[in-house]
Design a protein around this ligand. Structure first.
Ligand code: SF4
Length: 372
């Protein structure tokens, strides 16, 4: 295979999520007639993420930002009162077809609908394991061939699990062992895309690093990884791109390299996350993420944003800025000019101070790095 073919192969989209919204239909509760009427609770809206072959894309956000729901939506594991809108494509195939009447793109998916061949989940919760079944049987999952048993043992050895583990019950394993068992179970069918939902809590630093390196290695061998985590430092260890979630939506998608300097980031929340990292001062982000029932009109970050203006209460599209994506209406060219003047007085005069030229000088051409 020639070099060009390898590059094209690397860029094949495995997972493409566009404009995904998830809402749950619930009873309103209370007393009288009100108790039996229903209302929709929107928990994710306008969410966009792409994972290409050869990539690790990390979805980062605080608890309650909708990260795990994303994983369950891709695999059809949402409860029956969930409605999805938008598009989820795996290798070009739509996983969210229109409903049977074709009137609107909203439909139920459920645990019973089964998984998606080629996609494996490393789940967040240990409750995915049956407490009454030995580990080996659960990892084999009905596979009875000697090759399957051999693969399980090879994966156990790779993750530092002894041969005895297959004869243990989940309650006999530590939290770190359980995480590794879930990872080996996901790899049994040789998937092309792994969705890893908080795969490292309970592991010590070296095991977490090893788990991250394994996910990186999986991508380097031609797979794709959607890593869902609250641990931004872990994500930066092996991810190519970071999608930052806040209150159920994507507020920024940036190359991992952009996190080397705050000024390369775009959204005020991403910058606040950057400043909260131990290496960058450990500055707490003031305020709280709003509960899904109390989302404001317009920008979901407006209550905490130092740049808020009345226009932030309007529609806030995801737009391309310096090769990344950001859901914010701020004029980034002006901010960038000021930063460049700070670090290089006279920069505006030298460069002509033209916003379009500034963008190109900073991030290369528009075509070079657009990665929605
Ligand atoms: S849209 Fe407005 S409130 Fe939201 S992050 Fe941008 S400047 Fe802040």
């Amino acid at each position: 295979m020639g070099k060009t073919a390898i590059i094209l192969e690397k860029k094949e989209e495995l997972l493409s999520i566009r404009g995904l919204s998830i809402r749950f239909r619930q009873y309103k509760g209370g007393s009288g007639h009100q108790a039996f009427s229903q209302a929709d609770l929107s928990v994710i809206s306008g969410l966009d993420v792409t994972v290409r072959r050869g990539e690790v894309v990390a979805v980062v956000g605080a608890s309650g930002s909708g990260k795990s729901l994303l994983a369950h939506a891709v695999l059809g594991l949402l409860p029956a009162n969930a409605f999805l809108e938008g598009s989820i494509r795996y290798r070009g195939k739509e996983l969210c077809p229109q409903d049977q009447k074709g009137k609107k793109k909203a439909f139920f998916r459920s645990r019973e609908s089964g998984g998606v061949p080629g996609i494996a989940l490393v789940p967040q919760s240990v409750t995915w394991l049956d407490p009454l079944m030995k580990i080996g049987r659960q990892v084999l999952g009905g596979r009875k061939t000697p090759e399957a048993r051999q693969r399980m043992r090879m994966l156990f050895a790779r993750y530092g699990l002894s041969g005895e583990v297959e004869n243990l019950y989940p309650f006999e394993c530590s939290g770190g062992m359980i995480r590794r068992i879930l990872l080996t179970a996901a790899l049994m069918d040789d998937p092309e895309l792994i969705i890893a939902d908080e795969p490292t809590p309970g592991m010590d630093a070296s095991l977490a690093k090893q788990a991250m390196d394994e996910l990186r290695g999986f991508a380097d061998e031609g797979g794709g990884v959607l890593l869902i985590t609250h641990d931004i430092e872990l994500a930066l260890r092996g991810a190519d791109r970071i999608a930052v979630f806040y209150a159920g939506t994507t507020v920024e998608v940036a190359a991992a390299a952009d996190f080397e300097e705050e000024k390369r980031l775009r959204h005020p929340y991403t910058k606040a996350l950057w400043r909260a990292m131990p290496a960058n001062g450990f500055a707490a982000v003031s305020g709280m993420q709003p509960y899904v029932k109390d989302l404001p009109e317009g920008c979901v970050y407006q209550d905490r944003c130092p740049y808020f203006s009345p226009a932030c209460r309007g529609k806030i599209p995801l737009r391309s800025v310096r090769g990344g994506l950001v859901r914010c209406i701020r004029p980034f060219d002006r901010e960038m000019r000021m930063e460049k003047e700070d670090s290089d007085p006279g920069w505006g005069m030298k460069t002509g101070n033209v916003p379009e030229r500034e963008e190109a000088a900073y991030a290369g051409s528009e075509e070079s790095d657009v990665f929605l």
